[in-house]
Design a protein around this ligand. Sequence first.
Ligand SMILES: C[S@@+](CC[C@H](N)C(=O)[O-])C[C@H]1O[C@@H](n2cnc3c(N)ncnc32)[C@H](O)[C@@H]1O
Length: 282
Amino acid sequence: MTDTLYDPRWVREFYDAYGMQEWERFDRHPMMRIAFAIHQHYLRQYLQPGQRILEIGAGAGKFTQVLAELGVRITVADISPGQLALNRQQAAAHGFAHAVEAWVECDACDLRSCFANESFDAVVAYGGLLSYVFDQAGAALSEMQRVVRSGGPIFLEVMSLWGGVHRYLMPVLTLAPDVNRQIIANGDLDERLGIQLNHHCRMYRAGAWRQLLQEHGLAIEVMTASNALCTNWEEHLRAIPENSAAWQHLLEMEVEACREPGCLDLGTHIIAVCRKAKDGRS
Ligand SMILES: C[S@@+](CC[C@H](N)C(=O)[O-])C[C@H]1O[C@@H](n2cnc3c(N)ncnc32)[C@H](O)[C@@H]1O
């Protein structure tokens, strides 16, 4: 690949070194528990037991475990051999290996050598994979549409530009304004900024995310922030037990609020549940 911001080697090395952090992230604080619940809400709504699912960018397997609980059969795929090894370990340790048909090392931007056309009932790409492939997101979307059956749901997610600023406002304000203006202008965190970065990715405004999906022929069923009301209240939320009526009510409000146009840019990530159009690309 030439003339692209996407660097598969950087992604592989970053995630090989990342260890269990992706598995642990949803337990870090209440905002993440809520984000986890919102992701699950849509998997439960759209998937049926027995379906064959491609989970691409699966990482250590937090959603592989959820998918196994839903009774689907999962092909776990990731560009990072380190994350695939952790996924296998977690599957054995937590008893969900029986639901996994295969663990496959592959790049979402080119799945041809791994998977035939229309070989899955659904594709799950939760967790920002599409933010790591920068300008190659279209190639990844085309590949996901190619491998899913006509009308099958595709669960997608990117990192949110304004949601990121909202969540990390104080660190953002330590950046030089000119550098931050560049980030805000195109959403890209990459070496062109000329600053020390421990993360490379493309963040999206909700409008640009919607446009990308539509340009690639996807029918959007749901667009939702991963969190909105709770984004910066974690210290207070720690006082609310997760089995309480207040917690349940918060979840109920979050599911609704996160889909409001005025809230789409308020969370750390933006999720989309799409359908491959009936005449989808292959
Ligand atoms: C943020 S983690 C998400 C892990 C998991 N889906 C979750 O939400 O907890 C992103 C994962 O996507 C993988 N990934 C990034 N770019 C990829 C690509 N082009 N093809 C396949 N996997 C990729 C990374 O190796 C990493 O495991």
